[in-house]
Ligand binder design. Structure first.
Ligand code: 6R9
Length: 585
């Protein structure tokens, strides 16, 4: 079905940072964006300086930087000056512990205030920040901390006992563990973070970092193998800053709410860095989604810009379009969405329920910042991700013989979404995996792994992923990581994991399992395997469903054909099965 485009009238974008796309994009240079930031003496650049100290030094220290809303509705406010003092304290704790520039500091925290303090304090210290999702179980945490040689970890006592302590001895690099929410008899080898913060000095000189020094290590999932550590450098802040202005229309007087968790890249790039470099007031809610609570926060906090995700929007849609109208949302001026395909119905529902559309945008852990977006000043075509950011060249390509690619210029022809490298927040490496990194680049393009189309107006349309990676509730899940955890169970001979479409979360994880000799499928065993996976992987990654099969379809080289499992699950044509090893079905 063709959806009518949602036209923008000039009064919809009087004060928008991006008034006229074509002209702005034509004249844009990244050097202009860089010039909006302070930098450090001698050409240095540090994300935390730009996010926090810069504002204080310019006399904006009293401005409210962060309003944190606790699960119990308790509010804690941090001005830019307070945030500076607190992040200085944290940086001092790291420095005194001998945690230096380049050392990896991991976080395994819910959205507590300490998360924000530790994230920015780590960057001030020149150390590398790696935030993990708090719903990860011990296996995903261990895999990520091992790959990145974690030197320090900030977590809660409960998480530590359950998810880290059982294997801590296996990771020699991990020398320091700081605990929040800890009891009087905290485990040996840990430090009480809040006690240490209270004692630390609140003055600290930001460690000098060059634009190319590593700042962030964000893990993402591939089809095979271990999670990939996408390396981002301090220069990424140039993209965080300007894309916040262009795609999210951030102005210093905005009240901005990004609902993403910093355990995923959206929650770091746009849930910490971009709003703060732009000097806005950002809202953080510690609690999980709840339609009533969210509308109340939008109303009570007078949120002006709201950045959320399709799963949340679809959950809201389960209320009526009249539900949001019960709240005074007159301050809300821009709603944006990212992370998974945003149904055209959801965009149009936004107009019914909020009087304005959701603005979809597209990017990836690897790109570090928004790459394609619907802008406040541009007509929205429901179902489209929008147009490339100024400074970004996107294309649709197909692979041709000889390992090269060819750009497809015909409108609405499907191919792989590709970007011309060169923007500041592009990943610089997959940590210690040069080959995997190199494979992303062909013929001067960065290949995204997504399939898409471009229409004759230059709007991009998402089609699907080119690989077996699963997106569930906006979270990227590598099937291999799930299969590996299932294989650890003594009954499991083989496991194949796919994403099955589900109306709210987009996809949910489903596993197919073949059992070892001597084990019989049963409901009890199914439950046991679900529990095993949940305990190892955590609820964010574990399968929601498990089905038993005698054998799994495999290629002659022994790789499980997830694509075929999926086609069968969905009753779709099996496609090319010429590489299929004969199987008992
Ligand atoms: C920011 C983030 C990246 C993958 C990406 C694509 C999917 C993101 C989307 C979208 C359709 C959009 N994705 N935005 N699909 N429409 N607007 O989500 O990063 O977790 O690395 O995921 O998410 O498949 O390749 P990440």
């Amino acid at each position: 079905m063709e959806w009518e485009r949602i036209r923008k009238r000039p009064e919809d974008y009087v004060s928008a940072n991006l008034q006229e796309y074509e002209g702005y994009a034509k004249n844009f240079a990244w050097s202009q964006a860089r010039a909006l930031l302070d930098g450090l003496p001698g050409g240095g650049l540090n994300i935390a300086h730009e996010a926090v100290d810069r504002h204080v030094l310019a006399g904006r220290g009293d401005k409210l930087a962060l309003r944190w809303i606790g699960r119990d509705d308790r509010i804690r406010d941090f001005s830019y000056a307070t945030l500076r003092a607190q992040t200085n304290r944290f940086a001092n704790i790291l420095a005194q512990a001998g945690i230096a520039k380049g050392d990896r500091v991991y976080l395994l925290l819910g959205r507590s205030v300490e998360l924000y303090i530790a994230a920015l304090g780590t960057l001030k210290n020149g150390s590398v920040l790696s935030p993990m999702f708090s719903a990860f179980g011990p296996e995903p945490a261990k895999a990520r901390m091992t790959i990145g040689n974690a030197k320090a970890l900030v977590t809660t006592e409960a998480f530590y006992r359950r998810k880290i302590e059982p294997w801590r001895k296996e990771l020699a690099s991990l020398q320091h563990v700081f605990l929040t929410e800890c009891s009087a008899n905290r485990p040996p080898g840990t430090v009480d973070l809040n006690a240490a913060l209270a004692q630390a000095s609140d003055s600290f000189e930001t460690v000098w970092t060059s634009p190319e020094d590593m700042a962030l290590l964000h893990f993402t999932s591939g089809t095979t193998g271990k999670p990939k550590g996408a390396v981002h450098v301090h220069e990424a802040v140039v993209a965080h800053h300007i894309t916040g202005q262009l795609a999210l229309d951030l102005h210093a007087d905005d009240i901005f709410w990004c609902t993403a968790d910093p355990g995923w890249i959206t929650g770091t790039s746009y849930g910490i860095i971009s709003p703060l470099t732009n000097g806005v007031t950002m809202i953080v809610d510690q609690a999980e989604f709840d339609a009533e609570r969210w509308c109340r926060i939008l109303q009570d906090q007078k949120v002006t810009i709201w950045y959320t995700a399709p799963t949340a929007i679809r959950m809201l849609m389960k209320t009526s379009a009249d539900f949001p109208k019960r709240f005074d949302l007159s301050k809300l001026r821009l709603m944006a969405s990212v992370g998974e395909p945003l149904n055209p119905e959801a965009v149009v529902w936004g107009v019914d329920a909020f009087g304005k559309p959701f603005h979809d945008n597209w990017w990836q852990t690897e790109t570090g910042g928004i790459m394609i977006s619907n802008y406040l000043s541009m007509d929205v075509k429901p179902g489209s991700m929008g147009r490339p950011l100024p400074g970004v060249t996107a294309g649709i390509v197909e692979r041709v013989e000889g390992g090269a690619v060819r750009e497809i210029t015909e409108p609405m022809a499907m191919g792989e979404l590709a970007l011309r490298p060169g923007w500041p927040s592009m990943m610089r490496a997959y940590l210690n995996e040069e080959e995997r990194y190199r494979k992303c680049f062909v013929g001067g393009w960065y290949l995204t792994g997504d399939l898409a189309m471009r229409d004759s107006d230059g709007y991009f349309w998402f089609v699907g992923r080119n690989d077996d990676v699963i997106k569930s509730a906006g979270h990227l899940i590598g099937p291999f990581e799930v299969e590996s955890a299932l294989m650890e169970h003594p009954a499991v001979a083989e496991a194949g994991v796919i994403g099955v479409p589900e109306p709210t979360a987009g996809e949910v994880v489903k596993a197919y399992v073949a059992l070892k000799g001597g084990f019989e499928p049963s409901e009890a065993l199914r439950k046991e395997l679900l529990g095993h996976a949940r305990q190892r992987l955590g609820p964010a990654v574990a399968p929601k469903d498990i089905a038993f099969r005698q054998n799994l379809p495999k290629t002659r080289s022994g790789k499980i054909m997830r694509r075929l499992l999926k086609a069968r699950e969905l009753g779709l044509p099996e496609g090319d099965i010429s590489t299929l090893e004969s199987e008992e079905r």
